[in-house]
Ligand binder design. Structure first.
Ligand code: ATR
Length: 278
């Protein structure tokens, strides 16, 4: 049998999700690989929605020599749990309570969350300064949990969280403060969506409302310089509303690319030049 050096084999990567057929990750990562001259295999990996199946998929992939895995809905919290009990976690993943990037570090499973930093990098790319800005985030779910620490690390001065269910925003602030001294020191404000008023530098929609036909009950007294929706790939009334007011707007496609680039860079130690055109 011909001996093939492991260094010559293409490196293997997967994205684990359910559903997963729609995932753009293989195309994005192949684009990155081409940019830096690497031969990689990046596959979509369907997984039944339970923790045992998820653990089996992860173990089989890494035991088989896989280099890195992305994790998407509904497995980000399961990936966090697995790294929490059996591996290690980055600070961003710890605060987010969710993992989107898996790799082996010194033989142990390591989980990171690159979503928030992907957003910050995209905002910088757009030329939207973050230092000393006042930011409001609508929504208090997993997406919000993942972006607050990277925003504060990037120099944001204040964060106000507005949510349909005020108690969820209040609970989130307590949980995040307990998980991060930086967040604790910033004393995040909370309000309902209707009562969110004033002029913010950046206003972020981190709700899942874009998936439905519902509209956010935004106050007439709410305005911003920049409006960002974490969703992409569909018409987003949130962005239309603020574009009409004269704000600069962006959907979350650049964040998707940004989080992927950060995963790829960790796995391969290669630097990706952004933006890319797919
Ligand atoms: P994810 O983990 O993707 O962030 P999630 O935890 O279900 O998803 O959170 C979804 C967020 O969108 C929540 O802040 C939710 O508000 P509630 O906490 O009040 O449920 C918000 N959301 C979803 N549909 C909404 C709607 N029609 N109007 C306002 N907010 C909505």
């Amino acid at each position: 049998m011909t001996h093939v050096s492991p260094l010559l084999r293409p490196q293997h990567f997967i994205v684990i999700g359910n559903p997963i057929a729609h995932s753009k990750s293989p195309a994005i990562h192949q684009h990155f690989a081409q940019q830096v001259g690497l031969d990689i295999r990046y596959a979509r990996q369907f997984c039944p929605d339970n923790a045992d199946s998820f653990a089996a998929v992860v173990d089989a992939f890494f035991n088989g020599g896989g280099i890195g895995a992305n994790v998407t809905v509904p497995f980000k919290e399961m990936a966090y749990q697995r790294c929490h009990t059996q591996g290690t976690l980055s600070a961003h993943a710890t605060v987010a309570g969710a993992v989107n990037t898996l790799m082996l570090q010194e033989g142990r499973l390591h989980g990171d969350n690159t979503d928030g930093q992907g957003l910050v990098n995209h905002l910088h790319q757009l030329g939207w300064g973050l230092d000393k800005t006042n930011v409001a985030i609508i929504g208090a779910g997993g997406a919000t949990r993942g972006i607050i620490l990277p925003l504060l690390e990037a120099g944001v001065a204040t964060v106000t969280i507005a949510n349909r269910t005020l108690s969820k925003a209040e609970q989130l602030v307590v949980q995040l403060g307990a998980a991060s001294a930086l967040i604790q020191s910033k004393a995040l404000a909370t309000t309902t969506i209707e009562q969110l008023t004033g002029n913010f530098d950046i206003l972020i929609n981190a709700t899942s409302i874009g998936l439905s036909d519902a509209t956010l009950p935004l106050s007439d007294e709410l305005c911003c310089e920049f409006a960002y929706d974490l969703m992409y790939g569909r018409e987003l009334p949130f962005l239309t509303h603020f574009a009409k007011q004269g704000a600069q707007v962006s959907d979350g496609y650049g964040m998707l690319i940004g989080q992927a680039a950060l995963s790829f860079e960790q796995w391969t130690a290669k630097k990706i030049a952004l933006p890319i055109t797919l």
